[in-house]
Design a protein around this ligand. Structure first.
Ligand SMILES: Nc1nc2c(c(=O)[nH]1)N[C@H]1C(S)=C(S)[C@@H](COP(=O)(O)OP(=O)(O)OC[C@H]3O[C@@H](n4cnc5c(=O)[nH]c(N)nc54)[C@H](O)[C@@H]3O)O[C@H]1N2
Ligand SMILES: Nc1nc2c(c(=O)[nH]1)N[C@H]1C(S)=C(S)[C@@H](COP(=O)(O)OP(=O)(O)OC[C@H]3O[C@@H](n4cnc5c(=O)[nH]c(N)nc54)[C@H](O)[C@@H]3O)O[C@H]1N2
Ligand SMILES: [Mo]
Length: 758
């Protein structure tokens, strides 16, 4: 038997692809990785899955009569590559000439593969830009709210990208870490662009050994690993801003807030304090006031505030807190609270985002180090781009105006949609509404490795290779490894690399030179490596020559000698090292935000009730707050058909965790099939009573492949995709981020037929 071994990488980790007689049989974790993700096990089945797109396919109704029904249940006609490429190139040329470049929606949001060159979303945008431009999506679902909001308050959104005070600094100095949204290891399996090592568990164990005390504020106890012995403060979802205000009130009442820091490094504290104490609006944001909103007893709020007085503390918030309606507020409030504690800019002190969200946050890495990147080029139609999650609004409302970050913008009229590397029928909110909006464009083209629900709602589907079937270069911007991704097997069926597909299309439409810049895939991979080598050479890092790196399979950029402490220089001398805010300081009150005049994001942190939460009037009929978090068993919807995902389902349905009292009140026991519903939609799930879930909350992971039972406007969703339930509206007029985590539902026993897939 011929056994070959290739270095490879997925978003969930580096590995060796073991190939026996030409067949990929196993993914062995990278030898440096002490905590590899079990998700590696799903890879062989992913590659050889019966769900692979085998040949270029065209929806029968579209081919015959340009029908736009797109129900997800239609027949596809397989065509040869030439026919498919002619169709796509022809449609692109037609739509561009009849309606202009801004009639093509090519935002193509999605994680694609870990490889940075063959990253499909980058390829499709490079291709569309070089052909005249397209409507792009700005920001992301992950931290799109923070991205547009934080620069007004702290002058940058870098901390939400993982650039926070190093773990070394935390281990060396922090005494108390309060984690809103927790420090779940499930999320740290993953990094965008993969990682050489999984380090969160190692850092948490070191922190524990150093004597750091952990408090986890979350609707579920499961957001902290047991070895942390974290104190769990159960909280109602979407109410963290109120909890933190109650804590801030207590500090002011006791006079223990750091006035010197507030005066020296912040602006607008007084006005916020007037709001906090009720001097300006007659309502004191006391711990009792907070308790009524967040469900945490006032005594516990006071105790937590006092515990933070005078100790080195780190407040860390998961990204989930801002992926909710009014998600700006908990982030602004945490920055304010950390400033009131006087901790910002001290070793191991202050605020951070994302420790419990993704691998690599706070992992020591030279801030100047380069990682491999594919340049996208300029988008000539960029002025028409939309905030990422306004995608259905865009399709529904051509010509309508909307607010975004101080601007008034207009939605262009979309005629053609192009998607490669994403699954909007997994990731977007209010999927039944989105499905109706998908009937508007004239043509939808999707490149996919698998027959995802998005592929099934497209007109032309082109089969793409997976990472195993091509060479690539990997490396996340928060990881120190640059990983060679070596082609391990031949392309399956008729799959082609996204790059090759776009090169063929660009040739047909006359912009091949601008798209390829005269390089083939291997030429690009070499160039991307050489660019990191050159940039890192300037900071004294000597990367090996390309051939040596490729043969070894990886290179690790050395760790920096000095700990990175967020805003350290600013704290030492705010005049010499001002923040990039209008005042140069932390803006606890922002005149610029106030000048936008938005009722949904006023001048300073404010308790603004989300559209859906347990205190909303809607809770009378839909009394459970559904938390749709990231799945433990997969990356988003990738490999939802795979062995890990199958094993997690109960009776073929996604589990929904709820407090035993909430289950009992509905007469539900473990494994019972239920219908989870609200006015937007309904899906099936299986109940898991769980005393680690706060009363009133229900938890159901995202990622199930959207499976509408029928072609009607409000189909029952059979697989358990909670996005049929999620509201589709911006966090505020300012950031317009996704509000995916603000969902009220009711749950009832389901006696009808159950899921089609196991
Ligand atoms: N309710 C709710 N919804 C959410 C969230 C939530 O918390 N709650 N989270 C949101 C977040 S943060 C995110 S990031 C999104 C994630 O949403 P997505 O990024 O859209 O989800 P993925 O399943 O990773 O989709 C990637 C797709 O790319 C395909 N693919 C992989 N490699 C290739 C390739 O080489 N070529 C091509 N052409 N295709 C490829 C995969 O098969 C897969 O279908 O979901 C968002 N949706
Ligand atoms: N295994 C795995 N890991 C992943 C991903 C994946 O698909 N699978 N996706 C990756 C991506 S793209 C992203 S953007 C990140 C997302 O990172 P996050 O957005 O941080 O991830 P979530 O799992 O949605 O949320 C983390 C926890 O926050 C808690 N939470 C939810 N709402 C609230 C609230 O209102 N208050 C408080 N205090 N807690 C709340 C939930 O209990 C949840 O378990 O995850 C990344 N990691
Ligand atoms: Mo994300």
């Amino acid at each position: 038997m011929a056994v070959q071994r290739f270095q490879q990488l997925a978003h969930w980790g580096a590995y060796t692809a073991v190939v026996e007689d030409g067949r990929f049989v196993r993914a062995e974790p990278f030898f440096r990785d002490a905590h590899p993700s079990p998700m590696l096990e799903a890879l062989p089945e992913l590659v050889y899955s019966e769900h692979r797109v085998r040949r270029p396919s065209v929806r029968e109704g579209w081919l015959a009569r340009r029908d736009r029904s797109r129900s997800g249940h239609e027949r596809y006609v397989e065509v040869d590559w030439d026919t498919a490429l002619e169709l796509v190139a022809g449609e692109l040329a037609r739509v561009r000439s009849e309606h202009g470049h801004q009639s093509i929606f090519g935002g193509s949001y999605g994680w694609s593969s870990a490889g940075r060159f063959h990253h499909a979303r980058s390829q499709v945008r490079r291709f569309l830009y070089s052909g005249g431009g397209s409507v792009d999506q700005l920001g992301n679902y992950s931290w799109g709210c923070a991205q547009f909001f934080l620069p007004h308050v702290i002058g940058t959104f870098a901390p939400v990208t993982g650039r926070v005070t190093d773990w070394n600094s935390v281990v060396g100095h922090t005494k108390l870490m309060v984690a809103f949204g927790g420090l779940g290891l499930k999320n740290a399996q993953v990094a965008s662009g993969g990682s050489g090592e999984h380090t969160l568990e190692t850092w948490l164990r070191k922190s524990k050994a150093a004597g750091i005390e952990f408090v986890v504020v979350s609707p579920t106890r499961s957001d902290a690993p047991a070895f942390l012995d974290a104190r769990w403060i159960p909280i109602r979802p979407n109410t963290d801003a109120a909890l933190m205000m109650g804590m801030a009130f207590e500090l002011v009442a006791r006079g223990t807030h750091d006035r010197a820091f507030l005066a020296r490094c912040c602006t607008g504290y007084e006005r916020f304090e007037a709001y906090l104490t009720g001097r300006s609006d007659g309502l004191a944001k006391s711990p009792e006031w907070a308790e009524a909103i967040c469900g945490v007893p006032a005594a516990d709020i006071r105790a937590l505030a006092r515990q933070l007085e005078g100790v080195r503390s780190m407040l860390t918030l998961t990204w989930s807190l801002q992926r909710a309606h009014r998600g700006e507020q908990p982030y602004w409030m945490a920055i304010t609270l950390a400033s009131m504690l006087g901790q910002v800019g001290l070793p191991g002190g202050g605020f951070a985002f994302g420790h419990g969200s993704i691998q690599g946050v706070g992992a020591p890495r030279d801030v100047r180090a380069a990682s491999p990147e594919l340049p996208l080029g300029r988008n000539p139609a960029g002025a028409h781009s939309i905030p990422v999650a306004r995608h259905t609004d865009l399709l529904e409302n051509p010509g309508a105006s909307y607010d975004f970050n101080g601007e008034r913008r207009i939605y262009p009229d979309i005629r053609m949609v192009y998607w490669a590397g994403g699954n909007p029928f997994h990731h977007h909110q209010d999927l039944n509404r989105m499905r109706r909006a998908w009937q508007r464009p004239e043509t939808i083209v999707v490149h996919e490795t698998h027959w995802t629900p998005t592929a099934k709602h497209a007109d032309i589907v082109l089969p793409a290779t997976t990472s195993l079937e091509r060479n690539d270069i990997g490396g996340a911007s928060r990881d120190r490894y640059i990983i060679a991704m070596q082609r391990a097997i031949d392309p399956q069926h008729q799959a082609r690399d996204d790059f090759d597909i776009f090169r063929e299309l660009a040739t047909r439409n006359g912009h091949e030179p601008a798209f390829t810049e005269g390089l083939d895939a291997d030429g690009w991979i070499r160039l991307m490596y050489e660019r990191t080598r050159e940039a890192n050479g300037k900071i004294g890092v000597q990367q090996p020559a390309f051939e040596d790196w490729w043969r070894t399979g990886w290179y690790e950029v050395p760790a920096p000698e000095k700990d990175f402490v967020l805003f350290e220089a600013f704290r030492e001398d705010p005049a010499a090292h001002p923040l990039s805010t209008p005042s140069g300081r932390i803006e606890i009150t922002s005149e610029r935000i106030e000048a936008f005049g938005y009722d949904d994001c006023p001048a300073h942190p404010t308790w603004l009730a989300p559209v859906e939460w347990l205190g909303a009037s809607g809770a009378a009929t839909h009394p459970l707050h559904l938390v749709t978090n990231q799945p433990v068993d997969k990356l988003h919807s990738q490999a939802d058909f795979g062995p890990l995902a199958r094993a997690k389902r109960i009776g073929g349905r996604e589990p929904i965790h709820m407090n035993p009292a909430d289950a009992q009140a509905r007469g539900l026991a473990h494994g019972d099939p239920v219908r989870v519903f609200n006015a937007r939609g309904a899906c099936l799930a299986s109940v898991v009573p769980d005393d680690g879930v706060v009363r009133g909350a229900a938890i159901m992971a995202t990622g199930g492949w959207y499976d509408p039972q029928d072609d009607g406007p409000d189909p029952l969703e059979l697989r358990g995709n909670p996005n049929v339930l999620a509201p589709d509206l911006g966090t505020s007029k300012l950031a317009q981020g996704s509000s995916a985590l603000s969902i009220l539902v009711e749950v009832e026993r389901w006696a009808g037929p159950v899921a089609r897939q196991a």
